[in-house]
Design a protein around this ligand. Structure first.
Ligand SMILES: CC(C)(COP(=O)(O)OP(=O)(O)OC[C@H]1O[C@@H](n2cnc3c(N)ncnc32)[C@H](O)[C@@H]1OP(=O)(O)O)[C@@H](O)C(=O)NCCC(=O)NCCS
Length: 182
């Protein structure tokens, strides 16, 4: 569906449009596969060779004025049910995962999944921003360790004060004394 402008085509399935008369700028060879329920906002810009599946919304958040819909780069795949909401850019060669809700700029060559959408792959490499639940830092343990170290230092210090190291007796140097014995 292309909506929001003078040629509002709401409720009418559109399988392929080269240019939206309502204002959206659509590049060459846009392919809308199973094109039901696809909404392309009025101020959207779409690059070349983009694939959009059913149920995709390229829409606004309702908080922006003027340009309020996304700009999609070249060779982007927007999988079924994905919502891309806001006036940011999705870079070239991106995959937007099925049912994700993308609310922020997406760098080129990225895969975004989830709600809210997050980059899980960039330039072919997995992005490891996952939470490692089994290895979370424990601030209490860290504090106890620091306190234990301090206690150990203090114990040593007290021990030194109670039993100061014995000093050598004053007088004839040891080396001279031992010479005299031979
Ligand atoms: C996102 C998509 C395009 C694949 O892109 P990709 O760059 O090849 O990404 P990958 O398959 O390597 O997946 C990367 C990670 O995202 C996860 N992921 C992929 N798609 C996801 C989705 N829609 N939601 C949540 N997580 C998803 C994968 O499990 C993987 O996680 P892992 O690193 O923990 O294993 C694809 O998964 C997708 O959504 N395809 C749907 C296409 C569609 O709409 N088909 C309908 C035809 S009718």
């Amino acid at each position: 569906m292309v909506h929001g402008g003078p040629d509002d085509l709401a409720n009418e399935p559109v399988f392929h449009r080269d240019r939206d008369p309502s204002g959206a700028r659509i590049g060459r060879r846009l392919f809308i596969d199973h094109g039901m329920g696809v909404v392309i906002g009025e101020t959207c810009e779409i690059g070349d060779d983009v694939v959009i599946y059913q149920g995709v919304t390229l829409g606004g958040t309702g908080k922006e004025k003027g340009k309020r819909h996304p700009t999609i780069g070249n060779r982007v795949v927007i999988a079924s049910g994905a919502k891309v909401l806001g006036s940011f850019r999705v870079g070239d060669n991106c995959n937007i995962g099925a049912n994700s809700v993308v609310l922020r700029e997406v760098p080129s060559n990225s895969t975004v999944v989830g709600i809210p959408g997050r980059v899980v792959k960039r330039d072919g490499q997995r992005v490891s921003d996952r939470l490692d639940h089994t290895n979370l830092p424990d601030p209490l343990i860290e504090t106890f360790r620091a306190m234990q170290n301090e206690i150990n230092e203090l114990k040593l210090e007290i021990g030194r004060l109670k039993n100061p190291p014995k000093e050598e007796p004053e007088g004839v140097p040891v080396s001279a004394a031992s010479h005299d014995n031979y």
